[in-house]
Write a new protein. Sequence first.
Length: 391
Amino acid sequence: MKKTLHLYIFKEITIPFFLGFAVFTFVLLMGRFMNLADMVIAKGVPVADVVRLLLYMLPSFSFITIPMSFLLALLLAFGRLSADNEITALKSGGISLYGILPPVIVFAFLAYTATTIITVYALPWGNTAFKTLLYDVINVRVNISLKDRVFNDDFPGLVLYVSRYDEANHHISGVLIYDERDAEEPSTIFARSGMIMTDPDRKTLRLRLIDGGVHRLRGKSDYQLMEFDSYDLSVNFNQTYKIVPTANELDMTFKELRYAMKLTGFDPSIIRNLHLEFHRRLAFPFACFVFALVGVPLGLQNRRSGKSSGFSLCLAVLLLYYIALSVGKTLGQKAIVPPVLAMWLPNLLFITLGVYFFKTTASEQRMKIFDLPTRLVAWAHARFSAWRKTR
């Protein structure tokens, strides 16, 4: 009997979990999709390379979307069971709230394991592979698309014009560059010749310009001219393309993070960021267990059936969680609290809420949080009625 019940609840969680995972992943991908589409349409990057970039980005999304999807699955599954009075039937059969927890804990453990594997192995691999492929793709496109007497705007903030480009030797001549990366001090660069060089280690492209001048306008009237025999202009792909993760600690494995945290002689803020990233990777997968404690009672207390109700409640819980996470990270970056406490603060807060929600639901009491919208509507109606009487 219990085995059948546990399998039934497990299946009820599985379907909305994968639905939520698909929805959340799609929503996060949409934020990057326009950048990637521009690479295909405007820059001629092969679709196969863009697909590979998307695959490399998935670990950084899955790390977030798995706990989110698990919370949504719990709210939808137990909300439906409650709305259809199946939980009432189980209780009348002698099965308490604690009796339906085993499949939830098993699913939470599976979600925790998947998130941990992604955190330890896939996340740093995906970030590194993404940057490497993007660098290779852009490097190839620069070599291919740079044509004589054509304005090249492959890089946001830079417009490059050359009279002649020697693809074999990467030599350019008759160079004109308009640089507006600093909106307050845009500059125009002229050079007789130059070389295009790449730095694979730093993921930068460097233009070494020969015999020219930099014309810079500061404010409305301050004009500056700097002539040079040799001038290096660097383009950092991490800064140029916003779809690239820029935090170096995101690319590190656990082993590299532990090693870097022991180093001395660096800026304390850098070391704090390393500690924060290390504990973030430990704390966030554990959120699966925290959401199990919060999601079950919230789903049972939410008596309104329908996916929209559960989805709205899920977003509200996630918003509160990420606010707590943001506050904790800020406190950690400012050295107000230790990094371990900063990153585990949301889990500690939500465990406390989860215990309260669980005990309240197990004792057949109604949580006041669900009566809050009704009270707010009644309060607003009373205020409006009183206002109309005074007119």
